[in-house]
Design a protein around this ligand. Structure first.
Ligand SMILES: [Zn+2]
Length: 392
C-alpha cells in the first residue's frame, strides 16, 4: 500500500525522562534527496518572505532549514472561488511562489483551515491536493473533511483521496491534517485510524494565537501519549511564547509533547509601523521579545540588557546578528528601516533551529536531561507541566 509513498519516516532514537515524565523521539524524514531529522524547526511563508523584505538591509542569505511550509489561508468563500471561479490558478501559484523564493528543500503545503465547523466536500479535497501537486509540494496537509466524523470515515475518506492522487501519479505524500480543537479522545482515535490505514505523517494545526495553552493542554497530553512507530507529526500555527509564563519557546516545548517538526503561526505580511508610540526606542526595549536560545525563552530587549548588557547572544550563523558590534546596534539599524521585528524574527528562525538541533543531539546522545538544565526557560515549563500532571 505504501509503495507509492513519497516521504519516508523512520525512528532513530527515543529518549525518555522518567523523572520529569516526558518522552522525545528523534525521527528521520526523507524526501527526494532531502533528509531532515527531528526535533526540527520548519520555516514558514512569512519567514521566507523576509528574504525579500530584507534584501536592501542584510547581506544576501538563505535559510539553513531542511523543511519549508506554505500555509495559505482557506475560507469557505475562497474554497468556493477556487471551485467555481478562476481562482485555482492563482491559488496554485501562491503556493509555488513560496517554494520558489527559497532554495530546494522538503516542501510542505498545509493550508490554514480554521473553519472547522464546516464540512469539506470530496471535490474540495481534490482541489486542495491538486493545488499542492501542481505547486510541486512533497507533502500536502489535507484537513479532515469533518471535525466530528468517525475515525473510520476519516480514514476511508483519506484513503480514497490517496488512491486518486496515485491514479494521477502525483509525486507527493498526503498527510491528514487535524485541528487542535478536536476532542482529545477523538484526536487519538482519528490519528490511530489513519496510521492503521498507512498514513505515517500527519499535520496538526495548533490554532495560532486564537487558542490558549490551557484549552489545548488536554490535546497535547493526548499527543504525548501516542505510541506509534515511525510516526511523524508536523505542527503548524504554533505561537512563539508559552502562554503560562510568556517566556518559554512553545515550539521547543511541543517537541517534548508529541510533535516533531514545528512551524510558527503565519502572520499577515509585515508593514513597517513605528507610529504607534512616539518613543521608538522605548517601544523596542519593552515590546520586542527576542529569543535567547541558551534558555529557549523569549525576553523583552530591556530584560536582555538587564541580564547581558549589550552582548549579542546568538548561537547560529544568523544574518541579522552577524557583523554587528552589540545588541543595540542590530535594532538601531533595523529600526531606521522600520524592520526591527523582521530582523528579530530572522534571528528567531535561525536560533530556534539551533535550539532544535541541540535537543536532537541530546536525544541521540542520551543526555537530553543534562542539556535541559541549561535551557532554563524550557526546563521550567517541563517541570511545571509534570507537577500539574501528577496532581491530577
Ligand atoms: Zn541572531
Amino acid at each position: 500500500m505504501n509503495q507509492m509513498e513519497h516521504a519516508k519516516v523512520k525512528t532513530l532514537e527515543v529518549y525518555e525522562d522518567k523523572k520529569l515524565g516526558y518522552k522525545a523521539p528523534s525521527l528521520q524524514i526523507s524526501v527526494r534527496s532531502h533528509v531532515a531529522t527531528t526535533p526540527d524547526r520548519i520555516i514558514n511563508q512569512t519567514e521566507i518572505g523576509y528574504l525579500y523584505s530584507t534584501k536592501d538591509h542584510l547581506p544576501k542569505f538563505d535559510y539553513t532549514h531542511k523543511q519549508a511550509v506554505a500555509c495559505q489561508k482557506l475560507t469557505p468563500k475562497k474554497l468556493r472561488d477556487i471551485q467555481d471561479g478562476n481562482e485555482f490558478v492563482d491559488f496554485k501559484k501562491s503556493i509555488r511562489r513560496v517554494f520558489n523564493q527559497t532554495s530546494d528543500r522538503i516542501k510542505i503545503f498545509a493550508p490554514k483551515w480554521r473553519f472547522y465547523k464546516k464540512t469539506l466536500s470530496p471535490q474540495q479535497d481534490l482541489l486542495i491536493v491538486g493545488a499542492g501537486a501542481f505547486a510541486s509540494a512533497d507533502i500536502v496537509g489535507l484537513p479532515i473533511h469533518k471535525i466530528n466524523a468517525t475515525s473510520d470515515a476519516i480514514a476511508s475518506r483519506m484513503g480514497r483521496i490517496r488512491e486518486n492522487a496515485e491514479r494521477n501519479s502525483y509525486n507527493l505524500t498526503i498527510a491528514p491534517s487535524f485541528n487542535i480543537r478536536t476532542t482529545p479522545r477523538q484526536l487519538t482515535k482519528n490519528i490511530e485510524a489513519v496510521y492503521d490505514a498507512g498514513f505515517k505523517i500527519i499535520t496538526i494545526d495548533n490554532g495560532g494565537y486564537q487558542r490558549g495553552w490551557f484549552e489545548n493542554y488536554p490535546r497535547y497530553l493526548a499527543l504525548s501519549n501516542l505510541d506509534l512507530e515511525g510516526f511523524y507529526i508536523i505542527g503548524t500555527g504554533v505561537p512563539r511564547k508559552w502562554q503560562e509564563n510568556n517566556i518559554t519557546s512553545q515550539a521547543h516545548l511541543l517537541t517534548l509533547m508529541g510533535q516533531h517538526s514545528l512551524a510558527i503561526e503565519v502572520v499577515e505580511s509585515f508593514q513597517p509601523n513605528d507610529e504607534k508610540r512616539a518613543n521608538v526606542l522605548e517601544r523596542l526595549l519593552d515590546e520586542i521579545f527576542r529569543l535567547n536560545a541558551n534558555d529557549l525563552g523569549y525576553y523583552p530587549l530591556k530584560e536582555h540588557i538587564r541580564q547581558n548588557g549589550n552582548k549579542i547572544i546568538c548561537n547560529s550563523d544568523c544574518p541579522a546578528c552577524r557583523s554587528n558590534e552589540g545588541l543595540l546596534d542590530i535594532y538601531r539599524k533595523s529600526n531606521k528601516a522600520g524592520l526591527n521585528s523582521v530582523f528579530n524574527n530572522v534571528h528567531d528562525a535561525f536560533d530556534s533551529l539551533w535550539g532544535m538541533k541541540d535537543l536532537k543531539e541530546g536525544i541521540i546522545a542520551g543526555d537530553l536531561a543534562e542539556r535541559l538544565k541549561n535551557r532554563k526557560a524550557l526546563q521550567k515549563a517541563v517541570s511545571s507541566i509534570n507537577s500539574q500532571t501528577k496532581l491530577k
